[in-house]
Design a binder for this molecule. Structure first.
Ligand SMILES: Nc1nc2c(c(=O)[nH]1)N[C@H]1C(S)=C(S)[C@@H](COP(=O)(O)OP(=O)(O)OC[C@H]3O[C@@H](n4cnc5c(=O)[nH]c(N)nc54)[C@H](O)[C@@H]3O)O[C@H]1N2
Ligand SMILES: Nc1nc2c(c(=O)[nH]1)N[C@H]1C(S)=C(S)[C@@H](COP(=O)(O)OP(=O)(O)OC[C@H]3O[C@@H](n4cnc5c(=O)[nH]c(N)nc54)[C@H](O)[C@@H]3O)O[C@H]1N2
Ligand code: SF4
Ligand SMILES: [Mo]
Length: 701
């Protein structure tokens, strides 16, 4: 008999409600849930992959250990003891910091990882912690930490009420939105336009999103800082600012942007000075406007300046904290309370002296910290829901570094490009077997809603949820807790279930909800549109906003020199892209998703092809300072001349990776040529976009 169960898809940040049909224990259908007040029935093709994850024969369900004769299953208890013993042994021999930890993206999509993983990471007491943050949203977190006093106090564009949306470096029609949970982004954009509003996209590629916008401007990769500061310059020169009484530092911003003129910006960005002036004036004049900058303006050499400038633009035009502007969500569980406000540079990486942020070092430093001998060298790695061999810059070097470790453990359902190097792999249950409340993305949602999901399918007795794995591993690491208060607390925390923790959070949260109440609401509860929150909710000590933090001001001269004085490289610049049917590096094992036209090619403007006597479809070598990869080139008028685009997450088929579908997918890993030396020095974010490359015909083999 078929039953229909409600849950949500948590593969990306859109957290769409879905209805799953189950027949005799198997999923037979997945569709959008119209009753979800946030997603209103929207889903994308990846939702069906939930079913493929469930049924994937390559997915591990029990711990495995690498032996001379191949992978061997072991019991959960054996695995916990083995891992804890080996990790402690490495630390005993080589010191606390000899363990490196890398946390990948799916952690934020799992309630069990959110509630239980931090305790285990803390127990390891190492400073060599890394995560996908530094190849992603770190500049956002730095900017809001400096401006609003908390690293996660991120405002989102109030897309459902705005009349002017200026987007840079974001392609939500492929990504479904990021640092901004707005399921059905395309529909929401159409609604802006239907209301008579305007959508403007700034991107070196005419993306799927640019195609539906009212205006698209090409921008030379890595130069958005000049564009954004010129917008601020124009608005300040016009004297049309609208600044809230709790904002300081306007004069300083005026001073430091004086030299950042539209004419200068035009020279490097490729956007005409009159267009920059017009866009600034349109933005300032719109009754409700929001500027939103995402990955393309984060993972680049001036990401920190860009994300700061996006905030400043919203603030000085009176759009921060205003309906239709840029607003702060108010989730039912206040995640900010449970997470530190953030800090930067309290310690630095050993080899290159890159700063920590919020307790994590830049992922760009990971390989060198493993490969460089000396005190504090990483000798063991713990990877949790990450595939850094494909997802971090100079992944090839990391791929070579991992086998030199004394020990490696991965918490991951797959034997993939990274985890094939592990000694032990601990696989968690797949999404449909888990309960879920979204601790991360209600915090970034364009509407306040809340939903609890029961598991759609029972977990098989031999499987463990991720939180159970963290509990098992954490207790093994604790050994016998003894009388130490900290240890007892950690053990107690590990023993609480996610449901219990969420329930407590809901009860003390702003709407006094509970898991019981949420379970009774079909599709989730609607808590209404975003509400103004300032200055009361600011985390700054003064309850004021300082527009001009020293850390950013100090970096402006570097940007000015690099952008305006240095001889600009006239070669090609490499950027990334995403596709609706692909998710970072790890969903290429779903035959249903990867079928159809290949999506791994290098996109290049026909004029650039012609100048190099290359032709569409040809195999080319792409060479950067970090190395060379070979891939097919595809001619595309959607590319800005001088810019080429390659998606990340490809480069499967490596020896030992057990991904029967993905291993057949063509393509190379762009992160074999992104350069770990190329970072934004302010916080060490990897500059994955704007990498100088040469493209030549690949020699025939
Ligand atoms: N060049 C370039 N590089 C990029 C980007 C880019 O745009 N360009 N984007 C960057 C961004 S934004 C990000 S977020 C990173 C992502 O970087 P990562 O997080 O390192 O990589 P993912 O591809 O998301 O890999 C996720 C891993 O988690 C495993 N996994 C899946 N579900 C679960 C689960 O529920 N639990 C556990 N324990 N494991 C699970 C998968 O098998 C896979 O090994 O990549 C970054 N790298
Ligand atoms: N289908 C799908 N959805 C996803 C993911 C996925 O892999 N697949 N990944 C998820 C993750 S982890 C994240 S973080 C989000 C990311 O969400 P988005 O930020 O929307 O991601 P992208 O599609 O990479 O868009 C980045 C855009 O920046 C542009 N760009 C590159 N360099 C520059 C530059 O210098 N300046 C400007 N202005 N633009 C530039 C690129 O052309 C691209 O269009 O997507 C999430 N959703
Ligand atoms: S947009 Fe697609 S992948 Fe993202 S949550 Fe919705 S259905 Fe899942
Ligand atoms: Mo990401």
């Amino acid at each position: 008999m078929a039953t229909v169960r409600r849950t949500s898809c948590n593969l990306c940040e859109a957290i769409c409600g879905v209805l799953v049909t189950v027949e005799s224990g198997r999923v037979t259908d997945i569709r959008g849930d119209e009753a979800d007040p946030l997603s209103r029935g929207h889903i994308c093709p990846k939702a069906v992959a939930l079913r493929d994850l469930q049924d994937d024969p390559d997915r591990l369900t029990q711990p495995v250990r690498r032996t001379a004769t191949g992978w061997q299953e072991l019991s959960w208890d054996e695995a916990y003891t083995l891992v804890a013993t080996r990790l402690r042994a490495v630390q005993q021999e080589s010191g606390r910091n000899s363990i490196g930890v890398y946390l990948g993206n799916p952690n934020v999509h799992s309630v069990g990882a959110m509630t239980h993983m931090p305790t285990v990471v803390r127990l390891l007491k190492t400073r060599n912690r890394f995560s996908a943050t530094s190849v992603d949203q770190l500049p956002h977190m730095l900017a809001v930490h400096l401006l609003y006093g908390h690293q996660l106090m991120v405002p989102v564009a109030d897309i459902d009420r705005t009349s002017y949306l200026l987007m840079l470096g974001a392609n939500p029609l492929a990504s479904n939105g990021s640092m901004m949970t707005a399921p059905g982004f395309g529909r929401r954009l159409k609604e802006v336009q239907k209301r008579g509003g305007r959508v403007v996209v700034i991107d070196p590629r005419r993306t799927e999103t640019a195609a539906v916008a009212d205006e698209h401007q090409f921008v030379r990769p890595g130069t958005d800082a000049a564009f954004l500061l010129a917008l601020i310059h124009v608005i300040l020169a016009d004297g049309v600012t609208e600044v809230a009484p709790y904002v300081d530092g306007l004069e300083t911003v005026e001073e430091v942007t004086r030299e950042w003129t539209p004419e200068r910006a035009a020279g490097v960005t490729g956007i005409a000075a009159e267009d920059i002036r017009r866009l600034a004036r349109e933005f300032a004049a719109a009754d409700k406007a929001a500027c939103y900058g995402r990955l393309g303006v984060s993972t680049q050499q001036f990401g920190a300046i860009c994300q700061w400038a996006v905030q400043v633009l919203n603030i000085i035009t009176g759009n921060l904290d205003r309906p239709g502007g840029s607003m702060f969500p108010r989730p039912a569980v206040d995640t900010l309370r449970g997470i530190g406000r953030g800090h930067i540079g309290v310690w630095r990486s050993r080899v290159r002296s890159l700063p920590e942020f919020g307790g994590e070092l830049p992922a760009s430093a990971m390989a060198e910290e493993i490969l460089t001998p000396g005190d504090g060298q990483i000798r063991a790695m713990v990877t949790i829901a990450g595939n850094p061999v494909l997802s971090t810059p100079n992944g090839r070097r990391l791929d070579e570094a991992l086998p030199t470790l004394d020990f490696m453990v991965s918490i991951d359902p797959y034997i993939n490009e990274t985890t094939r190097h592990a000694d032990v792999i601990l696989p968690p249950t797949p999404p449909l077997e888990r309960e879920h409340y979204d601790l991360a993305f209600h915090q970034l949602a364009v509407r306040n809603t809340a939903r609890w999901n029961d598991a759609v399918l029972p977990r098989p007795s031999e499987s463990r949820h991720d939180w159970e794995i963290f509990r098992g591993l954490g207790l093994a690491l604790l050994g016998s807790p003894g009388l130490n208060r900290q240890k007892l607390l950690a053990a107690a925390r590990l023993r609480l279930s996610p449901r219990r923790i969420v329930d407590l959070g809901l009860r003390i949260g702003p709407y006094r909800l509970s898991v019981r109440k949420l379970r009774k609401s079909v599709g989730g509860v609607d808590l209404g549109p975003l509400q103004p929150a300032l200055p009361g909710r600011l985390y700054t000590k003064t309850k004021r906003i300082d527009l001009a933090p020293a850390m950013i001001l100090d970096d402006l001269p570097r940007a000015f020199t690099a952008l305006f004085s240095d001889a600009l490289d006239d070669g090609l610049l490499l950027i990334g892209r995403r596709h609706l049917r692909s998710n970072n590096s790890w969903m290429h094992n779903s035959a249903r998703l990867v079928k159809g036209k290949p999506r791994h090619q290098l996109l290049m403007n026909p004029s650039d092809l012609k100048a190099r006597q290359l032709s569409d479809g040809q195999l080319v070598d792409i060479t950067s300072a970090a190395g060379t990869i070979s891939v097919e080139v595809a001619s595309s008028n959607d590319m800005m001349p001088g810019v080429v685009s390659l998606p990340h997450g490809f480069g499967h088929g490596r020896k030992g990776a057990q991904l029967s579908v993905a291993n057949q997918v063509a393509g190379a890993s762009v992160n074999d040529i992104t350069d770990s030396a190329l970072t934004d020095p302010v916080a060490g974010t990897a500059a994955l976009n704007g990498v100088p490359v040469k493209v030549t015909a690949a020699p025939p083999n």
